[in-house]
Design a protein around this ligand. Structure first.
Ligand code: NAP
Length: 246
């Protein structure tokens, strides 16, 4: 389904990003796994994929850094010759109430989540526009739609990603490139493992489906949005949240 296509997944070594890497690889894409720190985890994932007869490389870098984002795109083009799918998944939280939130708490979350998404789109745009095809999938969050106490920085970054998605979708629609955002609710991952059992059970009460989602639930939607079947869907924000925000 995605054979001869190349997909970049930022923050692809663990959590939702890893599930997306596995999904796109299973669908036949060559995958480029971007990661910031854990080289061992990245290499093990590359080995797992290549042992299945599929192609993968890992590229180290910080998406906040404009030059690192360029290197990610350049290495992808050198290795595979095209960028067909870009999944801007890398993201962090630094949760605290606004009165306690430091300037660094704010800047680092906006820098990674929002500016990181801009940086990668910016450097992927030229080759995608030249090829007149592509899929850009940005990881937002339901928190960007509804806000959350203690997450002003994170909510602002994810709301920003939604505005970025809609604008770039309009700019690229006539060039065969779709740009969509995926908004997960609460998904079991390292990010949500940080929550206490009390917090988790309080959250669960607000999810009509009654349980946290899995990383595969998010990866399934990304697989669809990356495929040719979604060619007439652009500028959308699609929630994967068990009915939490409707
Ligand atoms: P996670 O388990 O904490 O993994 C985050 C990934 O992003 C890691 O691979 C991490 O790499 C990478 N990363 C962080 N900062 C980076 C940077 N500056 N440059 C490059 N890579 C960076 O997170 P997750 O739960 O899978 O979340 C993935 C995405 O989904 C995020 O955008 C998050 O906001 C969003 N999301 C998650 C949930 C949820 O419930 N889990 C809900 C809504 C939205 P290192 O290991 O190298 O740090």
């Amino acid at each position: 389904m995605l054979s001869n296509k190349t997909a970049i997944v930022t923050g692809g070594t663990r959590g939702i990003g890893r599930a997306i890497v596995m999904k796109l690889s299973q669908m036949g894409a060559n995958v480029v796994i971007s990661y910031r720190s854990n080289e061992k985890m990245a290499q093990e994932l590359v080995e797992e994929i290549t042992s299945q007869g599929k192609k993968a490389i890992a590229v180290k870098g910080d998406v906040q850094n404009f030059q690192d984002a360029k290197v990610l795109m350049d290495k992808t083009l050198d290795e595979f010759g095209s960028i067909d799918i870009l999944v801007n998944n890398a993201g962090i939280t630094k949760d605290t109430l606004i009165l306690r939130m430091t300037e660094d708490d704010f800047d680092s979350v906006i820098g990674t989540n929002l500016k990181g998404t801009f940086n990668c789109i910016k450097h992927a745009a030229k080759p995608m526009l030249k090829a007149k095809k592509g899929r850009i999938i940005n990881m937002a969050s339901v928190i960007g739609l509804i806000g959350n106490p203690g997450q002003a920085n994170y909510a602002a970054s994810k709301a920003g990603i939604i505005g970025l998605t809609k604008s770039v979708a309009k700019e690229f629609a006539s060039r065969g490139i779709t740009v969509n955002a995926v908004a997960p609710g609460f998904i079991a991952s390292d990010m949500t493992d940080k929550l206490s059992e009390e917090q988790k059970s309080a959250i669960q009460k607000n999810i009509p489906a009654g349980n946290l989602g899995s990383v595969e639930d998010v990866a399934s939607l990304v697989g669809y949005l990356a495929s040719d079947e979604s060619k007439y869907i652009t500028g959308q924000v699609i929630n994967v949240d068990g009915g939490m925000v409707v």
